[in-house]
Write a protein that binds this ligand. Structure first.
Ligand code: ZN
Length: 365
């Protein structure tokens, strides 16, 4: 039921779900056509999609477990399903992969909120823009939630990339709180001294970049009540063995090594974020939290994922350990960002947030 002439999409009640999805099953497997979204505190959901994308919209009333919810399906598959904590009337927002080849954006409201589905219409405002006025939300008592750049013009195939204007990624004041004076961590800025690590565009040195980020991570985590030990806090040579033995000797809870990447043949078109772990569910989880946050502050830079690796420092440390590659110093996009102090600050906050979220989840277990 897509009224393409007027580009107004009425919301189906969830009971019709099966039927309607069936009709669009043969959609090509491609990147998500959802490029950016924002739920503003005026109750208006704005979407940017690839031009001409066919959307389906649904509504379900609250049940015993969940509040009222609105969801929209987009052709094209999401890379990384995720849940974003809501605020005010919004319980949470989920981005998922309901079926192969689709992306689903779900807004779930708190139990106290009741939405009238008859008043919901998703309007196309441009070939790549959509608006849904969610009537009945209390005014202005929540902050904007969103990901990606709504302003940019969409090309037929765009990837969903979170950006750092979304309200939960760019400032350090709203970082998660964990129990103070309980946890300890080793932060390991890669390389150092004569070992400058990767040398990037314009001669930028990995050792300098990662030291700056690491010192900021240490400062943030200390302010949250963690005991932080740095393997180095200046430009000195440091072999791999002492980094590991420091962590093992100090019996810290976590080990995080911070690096920046270089591609073979210094290809300028190779950019992206990746985080490594060696083994274990905890190492994987720590790496996943960090990866997720760093990707959020690096819009447009590919998410190369969480990967298993035998890097010395994460292989021989006895505690959950991760090694994050904050971008490619040899890549055109990443290197110009890594050269900016403001971006290094965002990275430091993102890495800290990932670590704190990991600890917080461990606390809740
Ligand atoms: Zn390195």
């Amino acid at each position: 039921m897509i009224f393409r002439s007027s580009r107004r999409i009425a919301f189906f009640l969830a009971t019709l779900l099966q039927l309607n999805l069936f009709a669009i099953r043969d959609s090509a497997k491609a990147a998500s056509s959802l490029a950016a979204w924002k739920l503003g505190n005026d109750g208006v959901l704005k979407l940017r999609t690839s031009a001409g994308a066919k959307l389906q919209a649904y509504f379900a009333y609250a049940d015993a477990k969940k509040g009222d919810r609105v969801w929209i399906d987009f052709p094209g598959e999401l890379i990384r399903p995720r849940t974003i904590q809501g605020n005010g009337p919004v319980d949470e927002i989920r981005l998922g992969k309901p079926h192969n080849g689709f992306t689903r954006l779900v807004i779930e409201f708190k139990n106290s909120i009741s939405i009238d589905p008859k008043k919901l219409v998703l309007k196309g405002t441009a070939p790549d823009r959509w608006e849904l006025n969610i009537v009945g939300l209390p005014d202005n008592n929540f902050s904007n939630i969103g990901e990606g750049d709504l302003i940019r013009r969409s090309t037929p195939s765009t990837y969903l990339k979170p950006n750092y204007t979304s309200n939960n990624s760019s400032n350090s004041s709203n970082l998660p709180e964990v129990i103070r004076d309980k946890y300890s961590i080793v932060i390991d800025p890669g390389h150092g001294g004569r070992d400058v690590g990767a040398v990037g565009i314009g001669g930028i040195h990995e050792s300098d970049v990662v030291l700056d980020i690491s010192l900021q991570v240490a400062k943030i985590l200390k302010s949250k009540g963690l005991k932080v030990i740095m393997t180095r806090s200046a430009e000195i040579d440091l072999d791999l063995y002492p980094r590991v033995s420091l962590a093992n000797r100090s019996d810290v809870d976590l080990f995080v090594s911070i690096h920046a990447n270089a591609s073979r043949n210094k290809r300028k078109d190779v950019n992206g974020i990746e985080t490594f772990f060696y083994s274990g569910a905890k190492g994987y989880k720590l790496a996943s939290y960090i990866q997720d946050q760093v990707v959020r502050v690096s819009p447009g830079s590919p998410d190369r994922g969480v990967r298993k690796s035998r890097f010395y420092v994460i292989r021989w440390t006895h505690m959950p350990a991760a090694l994050v590659e904050t971008g490619f110093l040899t890549g055109r996009m990443d290197s110009s960002r890594l050269a900016q102090a403001s971006h290094r600050n965002r990275l430091a906050i993102a890495i800290s947030r990932g670590i704190l979220l990991y600890l917080k989840e461990e606390e809740g277990r």
